[in-house]
Design a protein around this ligand. Structure first.
Ligand SMILES: Nc1ncnc2c1ncn2[C@@H]1O[C@H](COP(=O)(O)OP(=O)(O)OP(=O)(O)O)[C@@H](O)[C@H]1O
Ligand SMILES: [Mg+2]
Length: 167
């Protein structure tokens, strides 16, 4: 684990299971409303991580790669909050984002929003989003770089880091 800029750090996941566990741990550190923007190429592990978020958040159904729907809404038993799982891979033009209602989703005060292929909607990503960049290092190794531009959100990321890595 390496601390880079003041508001970012990176780590290496050695397996799909570890990536999922990291997602679950992050989910347990989250407030009611937060945007988690996932970046990186096909097969980098974004959905694995999102599945972990679903587990940690307590989603009633497991998260999977969306097929036709670009947005999947999940509920949990504990409250009336929503976990939005968004996959923008098929977005080609910015105007398609409007039909998705992404802007309203991003404003749901009782919503955690996980966005795969966030680069497709970069202009909509708020500065207090938690950004996670996935890079493929080897067959089963991925580098995850966590960052945010917001100091309050950084405290959430730090709490997760301490929980996951002890530092
Ligand atoms: N350390 C790792 N972390 C995550 N996935 C891994 C890792 N090692 C191997 N894998 C494998 O890589 C694949 C990651 O697939 P996943 O669907 O999560 O990627 P993705 O980033 O969501 O891709 P897409 O852009 O197609 O949605 C899975 O088959 C998983 O088993
Ligand atoms: Mg995916």
């Amino acid at each position: 684990m390496t601390v880079l800029e003041p508001l970012s750090f990176e780590c290496v996941s050695h397996s799909a299971e570890q990536t999922m566990r990291l997602g679950a741990r992050l989910a347990r550190a989250l407030p009611a409303h937060v945007i988690i923007a996932l970046y990186g190429p096909l097969g980098a592990g974004k959905t694995q991580f999102a599945r972990g978020i679903g587990l940690g958040w307590g989603a009633l159904q497991s998260l999977r790669s969306p097929t036709f729907t670009l947005v999947q809404e999940h509920r949990r038993a504990a409250d009336d909050h929503t976990l939005y799982h968004v996959d923008l891979y098929r977005i080609e033009h910015q105007r398609e984002l409007a039909t998705l209602g992404l802007e309203e989703i991003l404003e749901d005060e009782k919503g955690v929003v996980v966005i795969e292929w966030a680069e497709r909607a970069e202009a909509l990503m708020p500065s207090d989003a938690i950004r996670i960049k996935f890079e493929m290092i080897q067959e089963s190794k991925r580098r995850l770089t966590f960052s945010t531009q917001d100091t309050a959100t950084w405290q959430i990321v730090l709490a997760f880091r301490k929980n996951a890595f002890g530092v």
